[in-house]
Design a protein around this ligand. Structure first.
Ligand SMILES: *Cc1c(COP(=O)(O)O)cnc(C)c1O
Length: 399
């Protein structure tokens, strides 16, 4: 009898974590590698948030909390959704977990049965299909490639929905492409969804605050009639540079909140009390620091898009949000590296580049779309310039 579960056998370890680890190992072995593979802001958590956490520790807010989150944080979550997204969320419709990832995990584990389908636009965040598989559901991939600006179209969505579709996952701005849906584009998707009442929507809005062009929109705001079957996911990881604090939150229908609480009561119980108090300060506090962060991200994005497009064989769109670019490298496949490594796939390219070029990126196939790579520009301009020069050299030497 096998020791490891069949469920575990259905999934693979996170490739983004894997490549970042490989870069770390090469560095430890004395190699010079610039890692642009991780998905987190390079800024520090703002001081007023750190202060709130220290205060929580000092005042003994270090005990078990409600499973769904402390009342103060749920109230701050409600206020955030009202303020930023015009969503009239009740306290009972809010829920806090150990990172946005655990909200997704809870929601899918609590709802999926074998045969249930989840429509996932491609390219996708690496965790969506694997969590669906772990929960026993079936991912159904929908095309959202460069041809449509890395966005799902209404026609493609309609084509992928069946009577077994339980969820559609949306992510805007997107990891890995940085694409973001306008209200008008969400309107078109909403019109399709209105015709399919069996489909629930999980919208991953974690990059909301990192929107540079256009106005951020979320589907329950665009079509209030979908509110009752939408889970609107957000978190402080990206908006407040708090990846390590592990706080995600959502607005969701009460029966789903109750189901997620039941599941979480038998796993992590609740998110860290200290991080929850820090997140109260984050959500209720000033957001002026974001202006500087956004400016800095836009400068870096523009430098990378220009630099990458200047490399023969690389084609890069200008994404309106998040901190990634997702260029095509199809023009470079079928060649060999200076050391004779064949570069037949995007994974070969990324492996060759880390070994011979000293830059760590993530291959597009990890996000379901081969022929591309994801570069995170959440790094200093100095590192980005150096990486750009190395990528350029590496590409020029492919024969
Ligand atoms: C970073 C990220 C998350 C959530 O991260 P947590 O740290 O678990 O809150 C969710 N979705 C996407 C697309 C992300 O990039």
């Amino acid at each position: 009898m096998a020791f490891l579960s069949e469920a575990l056998g259905r999934i693979k370890p996170s490739p983004t974590v894997g490549i970042t680890q490989k870069a770390r190992e090469l560095k430890q072995a004395g190699r010079d590698v610039i890692a642009l593979s991780a998905g987190e802001p390079d800024f520090d958590t703002p001081q007023h948030i750190k202060d709130a956490a220290i205060e929580a520790i000092q005042s003994g807010k270090t005990k078990y909390t409600n499973i769904e989150g402390i009342a103060e944080l749920r109230e701050a979550v409600r206020a955030k959704f009202r303020r930023d997204n015009s969503l009239d969320v009740a306290i009972e419709e809010t829920f806090v977990a150990t990172g946005g990832k655990q909200v997704i995990f809870n929601a899918l584990m609590a709802t999926l049965n074998p045969g249930d389908e989840v429509v996932i636009p491609v390219p996708y965040w690496v965790s969506y299909p694997d969590i669906v598989l772990l929960a026993g559901g079936t991912p159904v991939f929908a095309r959202a490639d460069a041809g449509s600006g890395f966005k799902l179209t209404a026609e493609e969505l309609d084509r992928r929905i069946t009577t077994s579709t339980k969820w559609l996952i949306l992510n805007s701005p997107s990891n890995p492409s940085g694409a973001a849906y306008s209200a008008a584009e969400l309107r078109e998707l909403a019109d399709v969804l209105m015709r399919h009442p069996q489909v629930h929507i999980l919208t991953d809005d974690i990059y909301e605050k990192l929107t540079y062009e256009g106005t951020f929109a979320t589907i329950a705001e665009v079509e209030p009639a979908l509110y009752g079957r939408t889970l609107t996911l957000n978190g402080v990881s990206k908006s407040h540079a708090m990846t390590g604090w592990r706080i995600g939150y959502c607005a969701a229908p009460v029966p789903l909140v109750k189901a997620m609480a039941k599941l979480q009561s038998q796993s992590t119980t609740h998110a860290s009390s200290i991080s929850q108090w820090a997140s109260v300060a984050a959500l209720n506090g000033p957001e002026d620091f974001l202006k500087g962060w956004r400016k800095s991200f836009v400068d870096r994005r523009d430098r990378m898009v220009t630099g990458l497009n200047a490399i023969e064989g690389v084609e890069c769109l200008t994404p309106p949000g998040a901190f990634y670019v997702f260029p095509s490298i199809e023009g470079l496949l079928g060649r060999k590296t200076p050391k004779g490594r064949p570069v037949e796939t995007d994974e070969d390219f990324v492996m060759g580049l880390i070994e011979e070029g000293g830059v760590a990126l993530v291959h597009g196939a990890a996000f379901g779309l081969p022929g591309h790579f994801r570069l995170s520009y959440a790094a200093s301009m100095t590192e980005l310039e150096a990486a750009l020069a190395r990528i350029g050299d590496f590409c020029a030497q492919l024969r």
